[in-house]
Design a protein around this ligand. Structure first.
Ligand code: BTN
Length: 223
């Protein structure tokens, strides 16, 4: 059974997980909070959550620093699997989408300790529709332990087998596969078609000049 630290209120479960691990708590473990006051998302964005309507958790573990590429996609697959909702898709690299609404986000942060990395995987899920903002929920409750176990299990297999073993499964759940979307890198938008992912987890996009692989950028539907 994974160790679990629960808090009534925290600024961010990410910070608490790093604090505990760096203070000597043995990994793996996971941290949950009923309320998060300074939740953060990818690209330094704020993450909005609500007591009783959101799930906020962070899972801390150690892994080889050389295996981090592809990790964020694997975490998306793991959380999607834990949800047991066939309709949920993954917007590259790891947003959880129900129809065209984001219902969950994952933040992977790591601090290297020579050849090892301390990795903290933060999961934010809208279990119900949020009241303060028009964010859609999955309308389902689930135990964070389930999610933490899936994350540990997927990462174990990912370390042994590499991302290529998961590529087909990832593409089968990839949001907007083969569709035309707006792709934004460094504030510049362009129309591209999503063609899949590489064996390393890079996004494969097609524009007027052909196929390209990218490890950054964001997919949206609106220009
Ligand atoms: C994103 O989509 O931008 C990622 C959002 C990740 C949010 C979760 S909530 C639990 C953990 N604590 C945080 O401060 N962020 C992550």
């Amino acid at each position: 059974m994974l160790r679990h630290f629960h808090f009534e209120s925290l600024d961010s479960t990410q910070d608490e997980a790093f604090r505990l691990a760096e203070g000597g708590e043995a990994t793996p473990f996971y941290v949950t909070a009923d309320e998060q006051k300074k939740g953060r998302g990818r690209m330094k964005r704020e993450w909005v959550s609500e007591r009783g309507r959101s799930l906020t958790m962070s899972c801390a573990l150690e892994m080889p620093a050389s295996k981090l590429l592809g990790l964020s996609l694997i975490t998306g697959l793991a959380v999607r699997d834990a949800l047991e909702m066939p309709k949920v898709q993954i917007k590259w690299p790891n947003d959880l989408m129900l129809d065209d609404s984001k219902v969950g986000g994952i933040l992977v942060e790591s601090r290297s300790q020579n050849s090892k990395a301390l990795v903290v995987i933060g999961v934010g899920l809208n279990l119900l529709h949020l009241q303060s903002a028009s964010y859609v929920g999955i309308n389902k409750s689930l135990h964070p332990q389930l999610i933490a176990n899936k994350i540990i299990d997927y990462i174990d297999r990912f370390i042994r087998l590499g991302f290529s073993e998961f590529r087909g499964t990832f593409e089968s759940h990839l949001w907007k596969l083969n569709d035309q979307v707006v792709f934004m890198v460094d504030g510049v938008k362009r129309a591209v078609r999503i063609r899949g992912v590489s064996d390393e987890g890079l996004l494969q996009i097609e524009d007027g000049q052909g196929l390209k692989l990218t490890d950054q950028g964001e997919i949206s539907l609106v220009s």
